[in-house]
Design a protein around this ligand. Sequence first.
Ligand code: SF4
Length: 67
Amino acid sequence: MTEPRVKIDPDLCIGTGDCWRLAPDAFVLDESRGVSTPKPGAASTDIALLEEAAFNCPTRAITVTKT
Ligand code: SF4
């Protein structure tokens, strides 16, 4: 099975929290930087949920690709 790859551009993220509220198993706040970061298990999260998070990110900081 193909697993998605999840990236967040820390220069674009403004820490709104939309992504980790929508997919708490995939994203978490990096408190030291005030930005979101993918969790280690993010790739096992349902790709539709990851794509929804990417779509709803106000700054388009999230990239989801199939590896
Ligand atoms: S939704 Fe986008 S801007 Fe908001 S915390 Fe997540 S990655 Fe950052």
